[in-house]
Write a protein that binds this ligand. Structure first.
Ligand code: 3PG
Ligand code: MG
Length: 467
């Protein structure tokens, strides 16, 4: 796909011009306003610097999370007008929770030499007033676009309001380009100059390679819990890949489709037929776990509770308020259950899984087999999407950790390695693998799968439309 990018304009075209740049600063913000993972923010810096160095006035727009919008559909349709967010999103707690203000602070720390300011709205007269005062090279970040329901509705008037803020439009938010929202699609339509940012360009280069001209041998490692989200990408890639290594919860549907007993492991019956067909068409290249880590319902519940307690404890430490910590009833009754001996509750299971047991991670032999297929693919390409088990829980993290480490080894041996999907960075971090030990880490979860499926990406398609 031929895409116009920021480097296609002359440097002088940016001088003193207002540039509206859509970024994806949808990061997790802790209770103390701490941002633990700022990868998505860092990935926009090359474009930010490219534009500001050329004298642009940069207006950054983003969403954060999915703030509940209290305004009723009916009310919205009746009044038709766009309300300022103070009336559109009245709840002060929601505003606090979903504000992009902490992101502006982090961005200022990352690019100290530039002046980054934050405005607590994204359209309207207050925003225009600030923009008029901007100097060349200034950067402002506007408040969460999703405080207006008009953003997700791709509303015409809201799009026009956004477009009225600038002369040039740049999309550097690959990870939200599968959404037909006002800031991604509707507003872009109003610009003659609409361009891809450098991060969007990089994402498209790597993911197009995966989708359209993969380096061979091509190994795809797929895990996670939802088959539905991955069917499109799998359908598209299966003819091109040399090996598909399956792990995570989806592996149990594959095993089940293959006639293996999977005990009480989760099975996606809605997609069982699809999996059966894929298995019969591509039998020789699909690899399934030969052994699994299994556990009982009660132990799994206990571990889940324990890990949510750990989260709460972390928050409690941050809050410095011990009274906020409540044990779930069952654990409060018998606190000794908090540290049972794992060996009696978790086992390594080869072959069929008996009733009452649930698969939670790939087993040791599978880890060995998958790891060697990954790390020995020296001249080829490996794409990894989705964890191999319930990696949030330490006991069930061995598979995911080892796949992350094998990916790093493959990278050092010269393979092209690409990692995508929502939990990716978290999985890498837990395995102590640096993002620098991967050829490309995609910022996208849903967007990466949508792109690999060959489905519509409104945010990218609009950049190619000539007004
Ligand atoms: C993401 O985190 O996947 C993107 O920021 C898109 O967010 P959304 O799924 O809420 O549209
Ligand atoms: Mg998402």
């Amino acid at each position: 796909m031929l895409l116009r990018t920021v480097s296609n304009l002359d440097d002088l075209d940016y001088y003193g011009k207002k540039v509206l740049m859509r970024v994806d600063f949808n990061v997790t913000i802790g209770k103390d306003n701490e941002i633990s993972e700022d990868y998505r923010i860092r990935m926009t810096i090359p474009t930010i610097e490219y534009l500001t160095k050329r004298g642009a006035k940069l207006i950054l727009i983003s969403h954060l999370g999915r703030p509940p919008n209290k305004k009723e559909e009916k009310e919205y349709k009746e009044d038709g007008k766009i309300q300022p967010y103070s009336t559109s999103c009245k709840d002060i707690d929601i505003i606090k929770q979903f504000s992009l203000a902490p992101v502006a602070k982090r961005l200022s720390e990352l690019i100290e030499m530039y002046n980054v300011s934050f405005i607590d709205d994204c359209i309207g007269s207050a925003v225009h007033k600030e923009i008029v005062q901007m100097k060349k090279g200034d950067i402002i970040l506007l408040e969460n676009l999703r405080f207006y329901r008009e953003e997700e509705l791709n509303d015409y008037n809201f799009s026009k309001e956004l477009a009225s803020l600038a002369d040039i439009y740049v999309n550097d938010a690959f990870s939200v380009s599968h959404r037909k929202h006002a800031s991604i699609y509707g507003a872009a339509r109003f610009f003659d100059k609409k361009l891809a940012g450098l991060n969007l360009q990089k994402e498209l280069e790597y993911l197009s390679m995966v989708k359209d001209y993969p380096i061979k041998p091509f190994v795809l490692v797929i895990g996670g819990s939802k088959i539905k989200d991955k069917i499109g990408a799998l359908g598209n890639l299966l003819p091109k890949i040399d090996k598909l290594l399956v792990g995570g919860a989806i592996a149990y549907t594959f095993l089940n489709a293959n006639g293996v007993k999977t005990g009480d492991s989760p099975i996606d019956y809605d997609h069982l037929q699809w999996v059966k067909k894929a298995l019969s068409t591509y039998r020789n290249k699909i690899f399934l776990p030969i052994d699994n880590i299994v556990t009982s319902h009660s132990f799994l519940e206990l571990k889940k509770e324990e890990s949510s307690i750990k989260e709460k404890k972390k928050e409690r430490k941050e809050d410095n308020d011990p009274s906020k910590f409540d044990l779930p009833f069952s654990l409060a009754q018998s606190p000794s259950l908090l540290s049972p001996s794992p060996s009696s509750y978790v086992s390594l299971n080869k072959g069929e899984i008996q009733d009452g047991l649930i698969g939670v991670d790939i087993g040791i032999e599978t880890v060995q087999q998958y790891s060697s297929m990954i790390s020995q693919n020296r001249t080829g390409m490996i794409v990894w999407i989705g964890p191999m088990g319930l990696f949030e829980i330490g006991l069930f993290r061995n598979g995911t950790n080892n796949i992350a480490k094998s990916m790093a080894l493959a990278f050092w041996r010269g393979s092209k390695t690409i990692i995508g999907g929502g939990d990716t960075l978290d999985a890498l971090k837990k395995a102590e693998v640096s993002e620098l030990e991967v050829t490309h880490v995609s910022t996208g979860g849903g967007a990466t799968l949508t792109f690999l499926a060959g489905d519509e990406m409104p945010g990218i398609e609009i950049l190619n439309k000539i007004n």
